[in-house]
Ligand binder design. Structure first.
Ligand code: 5AD
Ligand code: SF4
Length: 358
C-alpha cells in the first residue's frame, strides 16, 4: 500500500471501531503494527475522544496499600516471586492496614486498593475482618488485588463488603501464560474472574505489554479477550525486567506499544476504568500523562508506609505517585487539572454498573 492508502485505512478502521466498538483480531493487529507518527497519533486521539464521550473528564484517584510482599507464586517476571531471596519480606499488621486505610479516607480518597503477593497468612477470614473494619470507619470502596483464591474465599470477602477485585489475566495466550507461570494454569485464572463476577465484584483484568516471546498477535488476543470479558477495569502496563528474575535480561515493553494497547482497549471497551499504570510512568518520564491522554481515566497513589514501600519491588525503578504529605490530594488535583481533566469524586465505581450520560 502507498502512504495515502495506508492513511485512509487506519482512519477508516478507527472510525469503524469508535462507531461500533468492535474490531476483528486482524484489524487490531493492523492497528498495533502502526509505526508512522500520523496514524499513531490518530489511534491515541480516537481513544481520547471515546474516553471523553463515554467516561467524561473525571480521573478517579485510588489509594494503593501494598500490605504484604510475601508470595508463594513464582511468576517469572516478578521481583516478588518466591525464589527471589534478595527481597526483604514484610507483612503489615492488621491494625496498620486498617489505620492506613482510615488515613487515606481522611485525606480524601474514595477507594483503597489492598494489594499483596499471594500470602497465605492473609486468609479470607483475616481479610474479611480488615474489610469490615475499613467499612465501619470509612465510606471508602475497597478493591482487593491479592490473587487466586477459591469461590468460598472470594464469597467471604465479598460478604464482608469488598467491592472490587483486580486480577490481571497477564496474557491471553495460554502457551505464553504457561511459560511465565510455572505453578499456575490459565483456566484457573478464568475461573477466578468468573467467580468474582458471579459474586458481584466489579472485576479488573489486564495484561503486560512486551513480555519476552509475546507477539503483536498475542497482544491483539489480549484486546479481544478484554473485549469479550468486558471487565469493569483494565490494567495494562509494559513488562519491565527485574534483574533477580529469570527474565531479567530481556528488554522492557515500549511506551508506544503500551499506549496503543491502552488506546485500543479504550476504544473497544468504551467505559472501562483504565489506570495510567505505575509501570507506564516508570518506563518514560511522561508515560502516565500520555496514557491519560490515550484513554486512561484512573490513577493510583501509593499510600504504603514508606518503610515498606521500598521493598515492594515488582520491577526496578518503580515511579510511584507518592503520598508523603496529607495534602497529596491537592497536589494530585493540580496535576490532573494541568492536563485538562478533573478529579473524580466519591468512590468512582464501575461505569458499567451505573453508566454516566454525557
Ligand atoms: N513488569 C511489569 N509488570 C509486572 N507485574 C509483575 N511483575 C512485573 C514486571 N516485571 C504486574 C503483573 C501483576 C501486577 C500486580 O504487576 O501484571 O498482575
Ligand atoms: Fe506473586 Fe503477583 Fe508477583 Fe506473581 S505477580 S510472583 S503472584 S506478587
Amino acid at each position: 500500500m502507498d502512504k495515502t492508502q495506508c492513511d485512509t485505512s487506519v482512519k477508516d478502521l478507527l472510525e469503524k471501531a469508535s462507531q461500533t466498538g468492535d474490531l476483528s483480531r486482524e484489524e487490531i493487529v493492523a492497528l498495533l503494527s502502526v509505526t508512522n507518527k500520523k496514524d499513531f497519533a490518530r489511534i491515541l486521539a480516537t481513544a481520547d475522544e471515546v474516553r471523553k464521550a463515554y467516561c467524561g473528564d473525571d480521573v478517579h484517584v485510588r489509594a494503593l496499600i501494598e500490605f504484604s510482599n510475601i508470595c508463594i507464586r513464582n511468576c517469572k517476571y516478578c521481583g516478588l516471586r518466591r525464589d527471589n531471596h534478595k527481597v526483604r519480606r514484610y507483612r503489615m499488621p492488621i491494625s496498620e492496614i486498617i489505620d492506613t486505610s482510615i488515613e487515606c479516607a481522611t485525606m480524601g480518597f474514595g477507594t483503597v486498593v489492598l494489594q499483596s503477593g499471594e500470602d497465605p497468612w492473609f486468609t479470607a477470614e483475616r481479610m474479611a475482618h480488615v474489610i469490615r473494619e475499613i467499612k465501619r470507619y470509612t465510606n471508602c470502596a475497597v478493591t482487593l488485588c491479592i490473587g487466586e483464591m477459591t469461590y468460598e474465599e472470594y464469597r467471604t470477602m465479598r460478604q464482608a463488603g469488598a467491592d472490587r477485585y483486580l486480577l490481571r489475566h497477564e496474557t491471553a495466550t495460554p502457551e505464553l501464560y504457561a511459560q511465565l507461570h510455572p505453578d499456575m494454569v490459565f483456566e484457573n485464572r478464568l475461573r477466578c474472574l468468573r467467580d468474582l463476577r458471579a459474586l458481584g465484584y466489579q472485576i479488573g483484568a489486564g495484561s503486560m505489554v512486551g513480555l519476552p516471546g509475546q507477539t503483536v498477535a498475542d497482544m491483539a488476543d489480549d484486546v479481544v479477550f478484554i473485549k469479550t470479558l468486558d471487565p469493569d477495569m483494565v490494567g495494562i502496563g509494559p513488562f519491565i525486567p527485574h534483574p533477580n528474575t529469570p527474565l531479567g535480561d530481556n528488554p522492557a515493553g515500549t511506551l508506544d506499544m503500551t499506549l496503543k494497547m491502552v488506546a485500543l482497549t479504550r476504544i473497544l471497551t468504551r467505559n472501562a476504568l483504565i489506570p495510567a499504570t505505575t509501570a507506564v510512568g516508570s518506563i518514560s518520564p511522561y508515560g502516565r500523562e500520555k496514557a491519560l491522554m490515550a484513554g486512561a481515566n484512573v490513577v493510583m497513589v501509593n499510600c504504603t508506609p514508606p518503610r515498606h514501600r521500598v521493598n515492594y519491588e515488582i520491577y526496578p525503578g518503580k515511579q510511584n505517585l507518592q503520598a508523603e504529605s496529607s495534602d497529596i490530594f491537592a497536589e494530585i488535583g493540580a496535576w490532573i487539572e494541568s492536563i485538562g481533566r478533573k478529579v473524580g469524586s466519591g468512590p468512582g465505581h464501575s461505569l458499567k454498573l451505573n453508566p454516566q450520560c454525557h
